[in-house]
Structures are given as structure tokens and as C-alpha cells.
Design a protein around this ligand. Structure first.
Ligand SMILES: [Zn+2]
Length: 105
């Protein structure tokens, strides 16, 4: 399964490349045909923002508004961060739209 390069419109970008291509400010994945780079677009940035915000709210609530043990809070916070990161990678891999990279080599 490959995705279309936003430059040459050939299906050259692999799922793995797309998952780790990053967003607007990243270097991005290189197309094997035209050698130009592409990244995940605005939808990926928005998804990251929303999930990061959700984690931040979750951690804040956990630490300041619950009676739970601090060690458990830290473990739960780390798990929440990891889960958010995984969700972001999955979103990038399957749902985000590829756009040309703004990166200048
Ligand atoms: Zn290309």
C-alpha cells in the first residue's frame, strides 16, 4: 500500500514513510521517483494539537484534582503521552493528507 507523492503524483510514499514524515515544520519523507520531500498537512497538525491538549488536561486533572497516589499519577501520565503519540503516528499513516515539504536542504 503506497501513497501519492504531492509533487509527481506517483504512488511512491510507503505507509511507514508517511507515518514518520512529520508535519509542516518537519523535513518529511523523500519520494523515490522525483526526490522531492513531502510532509503530513494541516489535518495532522490539528490532530496533534487536539490529542496533546487532551493529554495535558488529563494530566492536570489527575495531578491537581484527584486523590490518587503521585507514583500512579506519573505512570498514568506517561501512558497517556505514549498513547497520544501512537494515535498521532496512526493518524499520520492512514488519515493525514500529504503535502509538499517546505524544508530547504
Ligand atoms: Zn514524487
Amino acid at each position: 500500500m503506497k501513497y501519492e507523492c504531492p509533487h509527481c503524483h506517483e504512488k511512491t510514499i510507503t505507509l511507514k514513510q508517511k507515518a514518520f514524515a512529520g508535519t509542516l515544520t518537519s523535513r518529511g519523507a523523500e519520494c523515490e521517483k522525483c526526490k522531492r520531500r513531502c510532509v503530513n498537512g494541516k489535518d495532522s497538525t490539528i490532530f496533534r494539537l487536539v490529542t496533546s491538549l487532551a493529554v495535558l488536561i488529563f494530566i492536570t486533572k489527575l495531578i491537581f484534582f484527584s486523590e490518587i497516589d503521585m507514583t500512579f499519577c506519573i505512570v498514568a501520565s506517561i501512558i497517556a503521552l505514549v498513547v497520544a503519540k501512537i494515535l498521532q503516528i496512526i493518524f499520520d499513516a492512514f488519515f493525514a493528507k500529504l503535502i509538499p515539504s517546505q524544508w530547504i536542504d
